[in-house]
Write a protein that binds this ligand. Structure first.
Ligand code: IMP
Length: 431
């Protein structure tokens, strides 16, 4: 079956956008199945850098159709500004090329206000959310109180529903969090206006995808966030509120169990995290500055959505192996190899220890990592700038040895490594 999945194996920001862009060249449809505008997918084409939050990054290829699946939560203003940004950059997007599931949920200003109020109330124990209202929108969905995209189809009932929703959230904002209420009528008016622009995009995307797959069209499912941010399988509670793992493709797109050609796991050559939560291989000081960059380049380690500096560390093999398992990853793509140039020694975590006990697998998943200390293996680094390398055999032997050790440790082949942000800065790994 012509279904491929691209999934993040870390805490998001693995560089999925550019890998999707690479694979979308062969895809007919590129579909997002989880999350909302908390995601930040960066694709560099020539001297244009696209930062996409909601619309699948594969849309930059003019032959593709983009789908926003039912598993997503959608801020309609973000969607419309992203459409405008793409159009201004010369990418022709409109309802003919972009479809939103009728069953996706809406994010409203009330959800964003709740997100901020909850984060403030958490104080120093905050989750470091993106502030986009993701958690409250999914909470509304699961508590069967949410607003769905299809609600926009009836302007009269939609206006009433939005108003009632804001009135309800206001009670919590004021009563529990002692913050300012929102104006229900103003929000309802704004959303009813938005609805006119969104309606042409609404469709039964499950049916569309089913028919496409039946007809042999290639579908690429584009994961957002990453395995360690998954609501069930991540570092709970320091996670996002959606299912970010490969099996969520089926429920998040409304297609039945369909055989998959490839589950492509994307990992950076090191580890990063934005927001709070455990990070056993985190580093500080000079090495951290080296891995993070200064923020001058668009590819430096600063959040695409929030601009926050990312926490950085050595690649955590234990967490990577776990992610490959829960996703059923068939091949790895490793991004940002070029960033490791100039480091004398690289460290790779190949186990954990807690007191006298050594662990190869996480005994109870990644939620409680505080008892563990990583066990590192040291590998020699390389001096050479690799950004111009295009052939596997031209990479320094130490770089190739690093990739081989990761393959060996994880038992999954690394198919490609990226050596820079440009479309062509990719090296196929030879077997
Ligand atoms: P939320 O998804 O905004 O609720 O944020 C929950 C956690 O997930 C926070 O630590 C965020 O920084 C993190 N997060 C959400 N989306 C992304 C992403 O696309 N990349 C990296 N981290 C993310």
């Amino acid at each position: 079956m012509p279904l491929d999945i691209v999934i993040g194996t870390q805490w998001g920001d693995e560089g999925k956008g550019r890998i999707v862009d690479l694979l979308a060249a062969q895809a007919d449809i590129v579909a997002r199945f989880n999350g909302g505008d908390n995601a930040g997918h960066t694709v560099t084409v020539g001297n244009h850098t696209f930062k996409l939050h909601l619309i699948p990054s594969g849309i930059i290829h003019p032959h593709t159709v983009g789908v926003l699946g039912n598993g997503m939560v959608i801020n309609p203003s973000s969607f419309l500004s992203e459409v405008e940004m793409l159009q201004n950059a010369g990418v022709q997007v409109g309802p003919d090329r972009l479809r939103i599931s009728f069953a996706a949920h809406l994010i409203t200003p009330a959800h964003r206000a709740m997100d901020l109020a909850q984060e403030t109330a958490r104080g120093s124990g905050n989750l470091g959310t993106t502030g986009r209202g993701i958690g409250p929108a999914y909470t509304g969905k699961v508590s069967r109180n949410g607003l769905r995209i299809e609600d926009m189809l009836n302007p009269v009932t939609f206006m009433k529903k939005v108003q009632a929703h804001v009135e309800e959230v206001n009670q919590i904002l004021v009563g529990l969090y002692h913050t300012e209420p929102l104006d229900p009528r103003a929000v309802a008016r704004e959303y009813t206006n938005c609805a006119h622009h969104i309606i042409p995009y609404i469709s039964d995307t499950g049916l569309l995808l089913h028919q496409a797959l039946q007809n042999g069209q290639r579908v690429l499912a584009e994961g957002a966030q990453g395995t360690l941010l998954d609501i069930d399988h991540g570092t709970y509670p320091y996670v996002t509120s959606s299912s970010a793992v490969a099996p969520a493709v089926y429920t998040g797109l409304g297609i039945g169990i369909t055989p998959v050609d490839r589950v492509v796991g994307v990992t950076k050559a090191f580890q990063t995290r934005v927001g709070s939560g455990p990070f056993p291989t985190e580093v500080f000081g000079k090495t951290a500055e080296r891995l993070r960059g200064t923020g001058k380049n668009p590819w430096d380690e600063f959040g695409t959505t929030t601009g926050r500096p990312r926490r950085v560390g050595w690649l955590d093999g234990v967490l990577l192996r776990y992610a490959l398992r829960v996703n059923g990853v068939t091949e790895l793509m490793m991004t940002k190899m070029d960033v490791l140039s100039g480091l004398t020694t690289l460290r790779l975590s190949v186990g954990y220890k807690a007191g006298d006990e050594a662990y190869q697998e996480l005994p109870l998943g990644p939620a409680n990592l505080s008892p563990f200390e990583p066990v590192y293996e040291e590998l020699p680094g390389w001096e050479e700038d690799v950004t111009a390398v295009r052939r596997w055999t031209d990479l320094p032997p130490q770089a190739r040895a690093y990739v081989r050790r990761i393959e060996d440790y994880c038992g999954v082949p690394v198919r490609r490594v990226s050596v820079g942000p440009e479309r062509d800065q990719v090296v196929d790994v030879h077997n």
